[in-house]
Structures are given as structure tokens and as C-alpha cells.
Design a binder for this molecule. Structure first.
Ligand code: ZN
Length: 148
């Protein structure tokens, strides 16, 4: 595994839309392993592929029970409720904003082998997954900041 450089805010790659993943190969697994090491080193709870320079639709999230969730081609099928809480981002050091997110989501995604899953997530887990999925569409958390 290797530590990858995290792209910082201001780099145009963070504003681009990522493309769908079609090859569930050893390269994808290697990048996911590198992302985990990179995220841990940076003390984060989520990292999306564009943040390390790949415009592909995948990300990793550390859920509240410390479970690692790898999401490839994630799609939020349903959202309900609202929650507002502070967020930060490994690409935007030192910046924190309150962001409006759904309280619950129903997520469809593939794992690193291409198997499809559907899962319901709430509270913190819904925030992390929404934040990382937004990265795949070039959206940064402060775009959704709310003023108190
Ligand atoms: Zn982020």
C-alpha cells in the first residue's frame, strides 16, 4: 500500500464529474487499499477518488461503528429527514461549516468486486456517505453550508 497525495481545494479536478467504474480489477483494489492508508494517515473518515486524482465514481467511508465501507458507483435512491452539523474535508484543511444533510438515505452501490448492495444509513453514516458521493459530482461540502 502507499500513501497518495490529497488534492487540495482550488484544484479544478475537485469540481469535475467522475465517470462510472466499469473495471473491477486489481488496479481498483490497489487504489482502494491506498485510499484507506491515506485516509488513516490524514485522520479522516472519508475519501473519494477525485481527492487523490482519479475521476472515477468510488470512495471509502468510515462509519460510526468503525466499519469501513467501500462504495463504487454509489447512488442515493432515497433521502428522508434533515440534519445539520459541522463538516470538514481532507481537501479543505482548517475549514469547517455547518451543512444540511438528509437524516436517512437508501444507498445502492457496488463493492470492489462489482457485487451490488443496497443499504440504509442514518445520522453520521448518512452524512459521510452523502459528503463522499457529492465529491463524485464535483460538489464540496461548503457549497451546502447553512448559516446559523
Ligand atoms: Zn471531502
Amino acid at each position: 500500500m502507499a500513501i497518495r497525495n490529497i488534492v487540495k481545494d482550488g484544484d479544478p479536478i475537485l469540481r469535475k464529474k467522475s465517470r462510472i467504474v466499469t473495471d473491477f480489477d486489481s488496479k481498483l483494489s490497489r487504489i482502494l487499499d491506498d485510499m484507506l492508508e491515506t485516509m488513516k494517515r490524514a485522520d479522516g473518515v472519508g475519501l473519494a477518488a477525485p481527492q487523490i486524482g482519479f475521476l472515477r465514481r468510488f470512495a471509502i467511508c468510515e462509519l460510526k461503528n468503525n466499519e469501513l465501507l467501500e462504495i463504487v458507483n454509489p447512488e442515493i435512491l432515497e433521502k428522508s429527514g434533515e440534519q445539520i452539523g459541522p463538516e470538514g474535508c481532507l481537501s479543505c484543511p482548517k475549514r469547517s461549516e455547518d451543512v444540511l444533510r438528509p437524516k436517512r438515505i437508501k444507498l445502492k452501490y457496488q463493492d470492489r468486486y462489482g457485487n451490488e448492495h443496497i443499504r440504509e444509513l442514518e445520522d453520521f453514516d448518512a452524512v459521510v456517505v452523502s459528503h463522499e458521493t457529492d465529491h463524485l459530482d464535483g460538489i464540496l461540502f461548503y457549497d451546502k453550508a447553512v448559516t446559523k
